[in-house]
Design a protein around this ligand. Structure first.
Ligand code: RP5
Length: 175
């Protein structure tokens, strides 16, 4: 394996876009997790509906700028991820945001129900941490260091579950 982004270590390789700055609290986990994995990322607000021209310009230039994965978060009639995916062959991860009266169900359907040929890898409603981890897993296919960090992360997660299991049994007097 070669290291993804090895030629320009500080250049962003993941773009995190959101339909509005009001989505930021729900996207904080995503940004923190990318940082935890040492992945260089950029953040911007682009709206498929309010700034369609910027969405087009971003998506058509992203690959050329060295971006490897796009994470797109939006709420309501959430078309951002789908519009970007229609304009690039980069993998697009969609994060439906629960910002409307329908609590994210609208965004989930709008993001996930793409037509054949234009996939958006959609994570759960507000599940922005998973978007970061999925981006890391995509990048890790060409980055052995990142691959090792992901393996260690998953091992820590399994250890935490084993610990909870022991604690639960102890608290219930079953051990
Ligand atoms: C969507 O509309 C955004 O992604 C956000 O979730 C929602 C509300 O946006 P604001 O009115 O707060 O800018 O496009």
């Amino acid at each position: 394996m070669t290291d993804a982004g090895a030629s320009k270590p500080n250049a962003p390789i993941v773009s995190v876009l959101m339909g509005s700055d009001s989505d930021l609290p729900k996207m904080k986990d995503c940004l923190d997790t990318l940082a935890e994995f040492g992945i260089a990322f950029e953040v911007d607000v682009i709206s498929a509906h309010r700034t369609p021209g910027r969405a087009h310009d971003f998506a058509t230039a992203a690959e050329q700028r060295g971006i490897r994965v796009i994470i797109a978060a939006a709420g309501g009639a959430a078309h951002l991820a789908g519009v970007l995916a229609s304009l690039t062959t980069l993998p697009v991860i969609g994060v439906p945001i629960s910002s409307s009266a329908l609590h994210g169900l609208d965004a989930l359907y709008a993001t996930v129900q793409m037509p054949p040929g234009v996939p958006v890898a959609t994570v759960g409603v507000d599940a922005s941490k998973n978007a970061a981890i999925l981006a890391a897993q995509i990048l890790a296919t060409a980055d052995s260091n990142l691959h090792d960090r992901l393996k260690a992360y998953k091992a820590r997660m399994a250890d935490a579950v084993a610990e909870k299991s022991q604690k639960l049994k102890r608290n219930l007097g079953l051990q």
